[in-house]
Write a protein that binds this ligand. Structure first.
Ligand SMILES: OC[C@H]1O[C@H](O[C@H]2O[C@H](CO)[C@@H](O)[C@H](O)[C@H]2O)[C@H](O)[C@@H](O)[C@@H]1O
Length: 616
């Protein structure tokens, strides 16, 4: 039943998201927030694990017909799926999740465009990621499905569906609407959503948000879609970005590298915010900074590298044994064991994002500058320790070079803030610390014989995270050690198509990351290569690689975490913030965004919402 990963569309309301396939089937939906239990989990199994499909009843063979065309409605997260049924006519399905503060809902509007088309809706809601079928009851002409954390209320104008399943016929100009609304347990019945009003408001919200981007260049469509995707992955009530809206989409089809990404990594979140800042989005940085201060500032001694959206610390990893996994890639996991790891690089990523926000004109917050100083104070005590690094290895801790480089970034940016008078701290001591870290990396993390930095101190392996060395300003791009590293990574970590692996894996044996099995090319790392090639003056090569990356996107412009060069398909969680962050950054190598002229006339969240429709 599940489709190729890149054939799914994401629709979302900035609290959660659904994945909808080209047959009109919503195969993934967690309610009411990204990391809640899935009510549709067919993505990780089959129909018995939950889905909601709306499409023509005129099946071609045994499979439901795939759409003739699909698109997002302009710059929005509203999906339009169209079927042309030979001899019958054309129908359009519009899927959306309303933005705004109302109860989370999935709205599906079906319209007859030409002719007369028989349509079928099949809804199978489940409890706890497909473990059981949800029971349902009828109340005042509405169907209510009971799920573990509340109830789903189904409202439809179709008169021939029972509990969301049934057939109806659409002539030209006819419309049938469906709305599935989540409500917490015991709450009063939700007001049935006004689907037309929700469509108008939601479209306006996304369109106005997208229009604020200052990117001007040849890749506007791709950059805008990536920015919209990042925005959709930020949990609006808290400001916390998730790494992806899915769990356990495999890094290798049939493999065990299946992880839950529905959480807020300090690293991924900081990079999301930095990418949006580069397009002049400040509100997201402000909201994230508020989340960060609330969640981490009080206890820097016990900093975690990731939290749940609301700041919860417990992310215990569990396996859902009843789910077979996407194309039999088991186990399916929830939670993430990496939460308790020590990853030194996060100090650098968080401080860099706060520093970039300051440079972009976000009003300074003394608590945020105190946080930066507090983080460096902690880092001073810890930076000499081995860690699990950016890739969250499950093998032995090491002195990862990227981790130490990011420690340098943390100290460097905080020094700059102190020098500008925005923060207080032991300037001289930290200047020495910065030099000491720099020396340490250049002495222990560089192999002069091969003229390359290495994955960790004393290792022979390479690691694509070393591509960040010139980007963060640790060394200039024309330094021979930087050029040597880029060339070594191109030689040793490229797939035959020129895409970049994170690091070498060992097939059936556990490699550096402590896990058996291989994985695909890592899209973020390949975007880093685009950046580096541009930085070292190999512009044509850089652009070619960028365009090859763009060509990997599905018809809706979305990217998973990785690309399997043998199967020629996307793998890993989807859509993955990392990949879209990489795209936004790399695209800016080929054009300059409009210079920031501060203060900008800024659109606020309130401006993004249309006024309610006047009562009739
Ligand atoms: O490679 C093993 C690890 O894979 C996951 O980590 C990856 O995803 C994170 C979220 O995007 C990202 O921050 C990290 O850089 C990636 O390596 C997984 O979350 C880990 O549990 C696992 O050990």
């Amino acid at each position: 039943m599940p489709h190729r990963i890149e054939d799914y569309a994401l629709i979302g309301d900035r609290r959660t998201g659904a994945l909808v396939g080209p047959d009109g089937s919503a195969d993934w939906l967690c309610l009411p927030r990204f990391d809640a239990e899935a009510v549709f989990a067919g993505l990780l199994g089959d129909e018995q694990h939950g889905f909601w499909r709306i499409g023509p009843a005129h099946a071609v063979g045994v499979l439901p017909p795939l759409a003739g065309s699909r698109r997002y409605r302009g710059n929005s997260l509203i999906l339009e799926t169209e079927w042309h049924v030979p001899g019958h006519g054309t129908v359009r399905l519009t899927d959306l999740m309303p933005t705004g503060d109302g109860a989370p809902a999935l709205i599906r509007i079906v319209e007859g465009v030409t002719g007369r088309v028989r349509m079928r809706s099949v809804l199978h809601a489940t409890v706890n990621y497909g473990q059981h079928t949800a029971t349902h009851r009828h109340t005042d002409g509405r169907t209510v499905f009971d799920v573990s954390n509340g109830a789903l209320w189904l409202d439809t104008s179709a008169d021939t569906t029972v509990a969301g399943s049934g057939e109806f016929t659409l002539g030209e100009g006819d419309t049938v609407t469906f709305a599935l609304t989540w409500q917490p347990d015991q709450a009063a019945a939700p007001t049935p959503p006004d689907t037309r009003d929700a469509l108008l408001r939601t479209e306006t919200y996304w369109r106005r948000w997208a229009a604020q981007s200052t990117y001007r260049g040849p890749y506007t469509e791709a950059v805008t879609r990536s920015a919209l995707t990042l925005k959709a992955l930020i949990h609006a009530p808290t400001g916390a970005p998730v790494a992806a809206p899915t769990t356990s989409l495999p890094e290798t089809i049939g493999g065990i590298r299946n992880w839950d990404y529905r959480y807020t990594w300090l690293r991924d979140a900081a990079k999301t915010i930095t990418a949006l800042l580069s397009l002049s989005y400040l509100d997201e940085a402000r909201a994230w900074r508020t989340w960060l201060l609330r969640v981490i500032a009080a206890d820097l001694e016990n900093l975690q590298i990731m939290y749940a959206i609301g700041g919860e610390r417990e992310l215990g990893e569990a396996e859902l044994g009843w789910l077979p996994g996407y194309e039999k890639s088991a186990p399916v996991r929830t939670g993430n064991g990496a939460a308790t790891q020590f990853q030194l690089d996060v100090y650098g990523e968080v401080i860099e994002a706060l520093y970039q926000a300051y440079l972009a004109g976000l009003e300074p917050d003394p608590d945020a500058t105190r946080l930066m100083v507090g983080l460096v104070t902690q880092l001073e005590k810890r930076w000499r320790r081995p860690d699990e690094g950016i890739w969250e290895v499950r093998g032995q801790r090491r002195h990862f070079v990227h981790s130490k480089v990011m420690a340098w970034v943390a100290v460097d940016r905080t020094i700059k803030l102190i020098e500008s008078g925005e923060a207080d701290g032991p300037l001289e001591r930290w200047r020495e610390l910065r030099d000491t870290i720099h020396r340490d990396v250049c002495e222990k993390g560089y192999d002069p014989v091969r003229n390359t930095f290495t994955q960790s101190y004393g290792s022979k392996e390479l690691d694509a995270s070393l591509l960040l060395i010139p980007q963060v300003g640790f060394l200039p791009a024309d330094d021979k050690r930087v050029i040597g590293t880029i060339e070594a990574i191109q030689r040793e970590l490229s797939t035959p198509d020129g895409f970049i692996l994170r690091y070498p894996t060992e097939g059936a044996d556990a490699g550096v990351d402590g896990l058996p099995g291989d994985e695909g090319a890592f899209l973020l790392c390949t975007f880093w290569m685009v950046d580096d090639l541009a930085l070292i003056g190999r512009g044509d090569e850089s652009r070619q690689l960028f365009e090859k990356l763009l060509a990997l996107r599905g018809d809706l412009g979305l990217l998973a975490e990785e690309w399997d060069p043998r199967l020629k398909r996307q793998v890993g969680n989807y859509p993955q913030a990392f990949s879209h962050i990489g795209l936004i950054s790399a695209a800016q190598r080929f054009s300059s965004p409009e210079p920031l002229t501060l203060p900008l006339q800024r659109t606020t969240e309130a401006d993004l919402t249309v006024a309610p429709a006047a009562p009739q």
